[in-house]
Write a new protein. Structure first.
Length: 361
């Protein structure tokens, strides 16, 4: 069977590519996924109690790109959600990211925003070159804040000392010199009113898009003809591990449904220094759903079979560079997304990348 485009992976990148390309051509497009659902890790569903959950951990939309926001709102209404996170440190629940409110509560101070800047300047470590995630935290906040908030959390998240991780890991964590306790400061923030899966279904609701789930693309490629292949899966798998397996961090999720309407004060609470899990998410506080019970999720980072995050150390980015040389030589094959590009993306960034790529082909 002949298709104009075959897209491997029905996650955010693959769905955006399929929707955009379907608008450009009336030719057939096939999107394939080995899972039994669309949406990739942003997939959400109702559990047995009827509570809407994010099956692969919380996904909160935020962007400064009007282009991305305007694109998605064609497929969903938005709840005007502003994400807030608390962090459990020294027996206290403190607002994250680090702000004047965090420091005042942690040290029982009453600093103004100006005094907070002076406080940080006094405690942060000056260094000529910032090379690692540990360097980022020390240069921004100093040793005590680094050890209370970042060091153990990062070690749990990645299974390695932050001194060995690329700067990008902790650079992604917001840090601000004001009283804004929102986790994100982006202009556009929200949650799809009816969930991500409903939004993705609308994006793929086009007569020339064909969806094939529960399928390993390798099992059918001999039966499918196409002009262009768009690949969003793990790049080492695509090349049959020619240079060896790349390293990925995975996560195990433990769900609990509780006989109470509310479990915690914010949608997400981080636990950098206590317990084996990194954080607890309470989904009703993300989705605004009304229900007499509540479902929480505890996250246990690990090394497992399901790749979630490319591993941000020089050893593995260097190994990916070997695969990148092969990728650059391909004709009629395009690569996009976190796993294919071995690169961390926020949702809005991968959507913008897909919009750009779809315009070019």
């Amino acid at each position: 069977m002949k298709y104009k485009y075959v897209i491997v992976g029905a996650g955010i990148a693959g769905i955006t590519m399929a929707e955009r390309l379907a608008e450009k051509t009336d030719k057939r497009i096939l999107i394939i996924d080995k899972r039994n659902h669309i949406g990739g890790n942003a997939y959400d569903s109702f559990n047995d109690e009827g509570i809407l959950i994010h099956n692969y951990g919380p996904h909160i939309f935020h962007t400064n790109s009007k282009r991305v926001y305007d694109y998605l709102r064609k497929f969903t209404e938005w709840n005007d959600f502003q994400h807030r996170v608390l962090t459990f440190v020294d027996g206290n629940l403190l607002p994250m990211p680090i702000s004047v409110e965090t420091i005042n509560k942690l040290y029982n101070l009453n600093l103004s925003c100006y005094e907070f800047e002076e406080f940080i300047e006094k405690h942060r470590e000056k260094m000529e070159e910032v090379k690692t995630s540990e360097d980022v935290a020390l240069s921004k906040a100093g040793k005590d804040i680094y050890e209370k908030f970042f060091k153990n959390y990062t070690m749990k998240q990645w299974g390695v000392d932050p001194a060995l991780l690329d700067t990008s890991v902790i650079n992604r964590i917001p840090f601000r010199f004001n009283r804004d306790t929102r986790y994100f400061a982006d202009k556009y923030q929200g949650m799809p009113k009816y969930g991500y899966t409903k939004m993705f279904q609308k994006m793929l609701d086009k007569k020339n898009i064909h969806i094939l789930l529960n399928t390993n693309y390798q099992d059918i490629m001999n039966e499918v003809a196409y002009d262009t292949l768009i690949y969003t899966g793990a790049i080492d798998e695509f090349y049959d591990y020619k240079f060896g397996k790349l390293k990925y961090r995975s996560v195990q999720f433990k769900m609990e449904t509780l006989d109470t309407e509310s479990f915690q004060a914010t949608p997400v609470v981080n636990y950098p220094n206590d317990y084996d899990y990194t954080r607890i998410t309470e989904f009703k506080k993300l989705t605004w759903q009304k229900h007499e019970k509540t479902t929480i999720m505890k996250e246990y980072p690990c090394f497992g079979d399901e790749p979630y995050y490319p591993y941000p150390t020089k050893e593995w980015t260097d190994k990916f560079a070997q695969y990148k040389k092969l990728m650059d030589k391909e004709e009629n094959i395009l690569f996009i997304g976190r796993l294919a590009e071995y690169k961390y993306y926020n949702m809005d960034a991968v959507i913008e990348k897909a919009l750009d790529l779809a315009e070019k082909i």
